[in-house]
Design a protein around this ligand. Sequence first.
Ligand SMILES: Nc1nc2c(ncn2[C@@H]2O[C@H](COP(=O)(O)OP(=O)(O)OP(=O)(O)O)[C@@H](O)[C@H]2O)c(=O)[nH]1
Ligand SMILES: [Mg+2]
Length: 435
Amino acid sequence: MDFFDRANIHVQAGKGGNGSAHMRREKFVPLGGPDGGDGGRGGSVYLEADTALNTLVDFHYHQKFRAEEGGMGLSNRRHGKSGADCIIHVPAGTIVVREPDGAVIADLTEPGQQFMAARGGRGGLGNTHFATATHQAPREAQLGEPGEIADLRLELKLIADVGLVGAPNAGKSTLLSVVTAARPKIADYPFTTLIPNLGVVVVGDYSRGSGESFIMADIPGLIEGASQGVGLGHDFLRHIERTRLLLHLVDGSDMENDPWMEFEKINSELQAYSDDLTALPQLAIFTKVDLPDAQTRWPEFEQKAQQNGIEVFAISAASSEGVQAVMYRTAELLRTLPPRLLPETAAFKAAGGSAVIRPQDDDRYTITKEQGIFVVSGKKVDRVVAMTNPNNEEGMARLEKRLSEMGVFEKLENMGVQPGDTVRFGQIELLWGES
Ligand SMILES: Nc1nc2c(ncn2[C@@H]2O[C@H](COP(=O)(O)OP(=O)(O)OP(=O)(O)O)[C@@H](O)[C@H]2O)c(=O)[nH]1
Ligand SMILES: [Mg+2]
């Protein structure tokens, strides 16, 4: 079931290109100055909302995405070329969850909205940056920064304004097919609908400036126990969590069940599933009134609904009787209802969620002592270390300076580091010296 609306992907941004340590060579100048250019920036990985897509099914065939690496810096101060970005198209309505902690990091609702899922590494600086008055021939060039990597879970909650709910066979898919261009499967047996279908309903006349449209979702029929996972409806209830209005269909021609009891049964399933769904406004829609059995039972159903303060309509999708009235009323109600956001979306918007979201730079680190070795680790520390060529003395001197600025040495001393102790940073191990 999850096949259509969840996917796990792994993304990797491109590493920045290494800076060049090139020395200028000129005729008659025995030792030219440094002229190594910077490495190019690595490509980033973006997710982009695309209305042409409706499911996440593509991601079951393709899970790994990487952006291109930046080119190496060149002689004569030429910069390496930037790596190409990798843009992954996802359906509008995709929520991005970070693994393994499950934090919601983006909600791509607007077509074209982009989210930076992994930032490309910066290019390493070429040796021209390291020349000073007293040090005119630096052999140092920085290595490119590694690209970020991330494991993400994509979740698609279809963004429909109106959800069709009801027992199997109530006529949901038939209604969707007569008011929209959607062509859901329709059949005379329960559980015909296996996946949610979406359609756009247009009311009024766009050519006269009075058109309105909304998106309607048809989900598999709900049965008793659906909220506990019985039947097919459960997984799809979350697809209608975001809708603003429910059309609750009841088969008026089903002589085996009392329509009003059916109506109440489905409502208790919604209640058991979530308060949010229960709070949604509902219209009761009594279906198939072209059939005599339905006509006979309509007056009683109408009366019960009215007694309970529920707005009620009778329709026949077959003869289209009453269908237009329901669509106009739906459009009218939607005008008065605010757009609905999930709590995490609201939090995201409140935090100033913009079109492009960047992960925060994290300069926290930890120092632990493992088998006599001090281990320093943290996102920024790891990055600074990864950009340093350990075989280059000047680079190592700069690394020391940055670590000292970050307070790493002070912290090590507080932890009782002694001359001769080993300190590990990522792949590099250093011996703690005297000063
Ligand atoms: N006579 C008549 N039959 C209808 C009408 N609407 C639907 N039906 C029939 O009822 C049966 C079930 O209709 P569907 O639209 O597939 O019902 P559903 O609610 O989508 O069912 P599930 O997908 O199983 O939940 C089909 O045989 C339809 O042709 C109607 O207005 N009049
Ligand atoms: Mg159906």
